[in-house]
Design a protein around this ligand. Structure first.
Ligand SMILES: NC(=O)C1=CN([C@@H]2O[C@H](COP(=O)(O)OP(=O)(O)OC[C@H]3O[C@@H](n4cnc5c(N)ncnc54)[C@H](OP(=O)(O)O)[C@@H]3O)[C@@H](O)[C@H]2O)C=CC1
Ligand SMILES: Nc1nc(=O)c2c([nH]1)NC[C@@H]1CN(c3ccc(C(=O)N[C@@H](CCC(=O)O)C(=O)O)cc3)C=[N+]21
Length: 283
C-alpha cells in the first residue's frame, strides 16, 4: 500500500480562509479578536514559531501583539505582565511560548493566565474540562490532529489509537481528545517495554517524542494512519519522528514534516482566539 499524504498545510490554508471571513464579519459588529504572544529569551526555534504565529494572525486580519522579554526576566515580572493582559479587555488570547528559562516556574505561569484567555488550553481548569468532556479550549496541536483526521474522513470511534509520548503539551491531551471521540487509547513513553508490539497494533499511531525517525515502517501495521508530530532540526532541515519513506509504504494515511501537523497547530490557535473573543461577547 502507498499512503495518502495528509497535508496539514493545505487544510490550514483552507480553514484560515474561512476564519478570515469570520474575523471580517465579527469586526463589523465591533469585535476584534486579539492574541498576545509572550516569548522569554532568544531561542531560535521558539523565535521561528512565534513569527509564524504572528504572520498567520495578520494574514486573517486578526490583531496580534508579540511581547519579547529578555532571557533574564524574573518570574515576578512575567506574572505581572500576564496580570495586565488578563485585565485588558481588548486582549482575548494569551500564549506564553514554552519552554521558559530556568528561573521561571512554568506551572505558576500557566496558572496565572485567565482560563478564559488560555488559548493554549494548558490551564488546569481547561485541562480538567477536557478530561471531563466539557466545552473548552482544546490544546492546539491535539485539536489540529483531530481536525486533520476528521477532514480526511478517518473513523476514530472504536479504533485503537496508540500515542507515543505523554507530555502535557501534546501526548496526554491528544489521547484524551481521541478517547472523548470513543477511541481506545494506549500511551507509550520512555519506560514502556516492548513498544514495537504496541505500535504495531495501532489503527491510528500518533508520535510526539522529538527523536528523528524513531518510528519506521517496521513499527507499524499495514494500513495504519500515522500522525507525525515531531519537529526536529537535523543538518538545518526539519524532519519528523517518523521515517516517512518506509512508513508511507505501509500506512493508509500519513502526515509529513514539514507541512503536516505544525501549520494546523497555528490554525487552531487562531481558532481558539476567535472562540475566546466570541465567548466574552456572548456570541
Ligand atoms: N508540530 C507541532 O505543532 C508541534 C510539535 N512538537 C514537537 O513534538 C515533539 C514532542 O514534543 P513534546 O511533547 O513537547 O516533547 P516532550 O519532550 O515534552 O515529551 C517527549 C515524550 O516522549 C517520550 N519519549 C522520549 N523518548 C522516548 C522513547 N525512546 N520511546 C518512547 N517515548 C519516548 C517521553 O517520555 P517520558 O515522559 O517517559 O519522559 C515524553 O513523554 C517534539 O519534536 C516537538 O518539537 C511539539 C509541539 C507542537
Ligand atoms: N505555549 C506554547 N504553545 C505551543 O503551541 C508551542 C509552544 N508553546 N512551544 C513550542 C511548540 C512547538 N510548536 C509548533 C508550532 C508550529 C510549528 C510549525 O508550523 N511547523 C512548520 C514548519 C515551520 C518552520 O519552517 O520552522 C511545519 O511543520 O510545517 C511547529 C511547532 C508550538 N508549540
Amino acid at each position: 500500500m502507498s499512503a495518502e499524504v495528509i497535508y496539514g498545510k493545505d487544510l490550514a490554508t483552507q480553514i484560515r480562509q474561512e476564519m478570515k471571513e469570520e474575523v471580517a464579519s465579527l469586526s463589523k459588529e465591533g469585535i476584534h479578536p486579539k492574541l498576545v504572544v509572550i516569548i522569554v529569551g532568544e531561542d531560535p526555534a521558539s523565535q521561528s514559531y512565534v513569527k509564524g504565529k504572528q504572520r498567520a494572525s495578520e494574514n486573517i486580519g486578526m490583531e496580534s501583539d508579540l511581547l519579547e522579554l529578555s532571557a533574564d526576566t524574573s518570574q515576578e515580572k512575567l506574572l505581572e505582565t500576564i496580570e495586565q493582559l488578563n485585565s485588558d479587555s481588548a486582549v482575548h488570547g494569551i500564549l506564553v511560548q514554552l519552554p521558559l528559562p530556568d528561573q521561571i516556574d512554568e506551572q505558576k505561569v500557566i496558572e496565572a493566565i485567565d482560563p478564559k484567555k488560555d488559548v493554549d488550553g494548558f490551564h488546569p481548569i481547561n485541562v480538567g474540562k477536557l478530561m471531563t468532556g466539557q466545552e473548552t479550549f482544546y490544546p492546539c496541536t491535539p485539536y489540529g490532529i483531530l481536525v486533520m483526521l476528521k477532514r480526511a474522513n478517518v473513523t476514530i470511534e472504536g479504533k485503537h489509537v496508540v500515542v507515543v509520548g505523554r507530555s502535557n503539551l501534546v501526548g496526554k491531551p491528544v489521547g484524551q481528545l481521541l478517547l472523548n471521540e470513543n477511541a481506545t487509547v494506549t500511551y507509550c513513553h520512555s519506560r514502556t517495554k516492548n513498544m514495537k508490539e504496541l505500535t504495531q497494533q495501532a489503527d491510528i499511531l500518533i508520535v510526539a517524542v522529538g527523536k528523528p525517525h524513531m518510528i519506521t515502517g517496521e513499527d507499524i501495521a499495514e494500513g495504519a494512519v500515522v500522525i507525525d508530530v515531531g519537529v526536529n532540526r537535523v543538518d538545518g532541515k526539519l524532519t519528523g519522528d517518523v521515517d516517512f519513506e518506509s512508513a508511507s509504504e505501509k500506512a493508509s494515511y500519513i502526515t509529513p514534516v514539514p507541512k503536516g501537523v505544525g501549520p494546523m497547530t497555528i490554525t487552531m490557535l487562531l481558532h481558539n482566539t476567535i472562540k475566546a473573543a466570541k465567548w466574552i461577547h456572548n456570541r
